[in-house]
Design a protein. Structure first.
Length: 233
């Protein structure tokens, strides 16, 4: 799949800020974020340079929330370069605190709309991608705001390597059906499920997020989808 002409897309929904940051969080935003933040002025991001040429693979997490999953993966996979996208500054501060605590050096961050970053990632370069508990935008009039869409699936298909894995989770029943409908329509991905247990349970290398725990606490039952990028012709 060829790389499309870059566009200046500024798709961004939801909050930028929540509660005022604490002093420690503000310090992390001011001093740690600048060295980890990705600039997208260039037409195409040089992933090896971004991670100092030391990463064996590149992963992408879209909407990392409070950073629980991303920080765990970074600590468990120090030889993987992980890019996290999250516009919510409070979530960014929470992740930065976790990275400071575990000492992970293999994370880079994008704090604007994920679509803008994806357009500048080289084709066939991402080995694994995560979309975990995205905002379901439950009102029908807001469904167009859902990240999982035909356009974004095609965009992810362009940047993912053949055989790469896309993981998507949600606790929202309607969004779960929406995700599956869109993914099964795609010619680029294959659903990795042979029985209900394959999408009702998380693999051992898929740690929970705080959003997931809140959902489980409310009696909701999340789904955990895994898709493989089909081999290119």
């Amino acid at each position: 799949m060829s790389r499309p002409q870059a566009k200046d897309r500024r798709i961004l929904y939801g909050r930028r800020r929540g509660k005022p940051l604490r002093k420690g969080q503000q310090r992390l935003i001011e001093h740690d974020l600048p060295r980890l933040q990705i600039t997208i002025e260039e037409e195409e991001i040089d992933l090896p340079s971004l991670f100092g040429g030391e990463a064996r693979a590149y992963w992408l997490e879209i909407g990392f929330g409070g950073g629980e999953h991303l920080a765990w993966q970074a600590n468990a996979n120090p030889d993987v370069g992980i890019i996290g996208c999250e516009p919510f500054v409070n979530g960014v501060a929470m992740l930065l605190a976790k990275l400071e605590e575990n000492g992970a050096q293999n994370v880079r961050l994008h704090t604007d709309a994920a679509e803008r970053l994806i357009e500048r990632i080289p084709s066939e370069s991402i080995d694994r991608a995560f979309i975990l508990f995205p905002d379901p935008w439950p009102k029908s009039s807001h469904h167009k705001r859902r990240f999982v869409s035909g356009e974004n699936i095609n965009a992810l298909a362009r940047i993912m390597k053949s055989g790469g894995e896309l993981r998507i989770a949600t606790d929202h029943t309607d969004y779960g059906a929406w995700i599956l409908w869109h993914m099964l329509r795609s010619d680029h991905f294959l659903w990795q499920a042979e029985s209900p247990d394959d999408w009702r349970s998380r693999p051992a290398d898929w740690p929970p997020t705080r959003y997931e725990m809140k959902a489980v606490g409310k009696g909701l039952r999340p789904v955990y989808y895994r898709f493989l990028r089909k081999n290119r012709a």
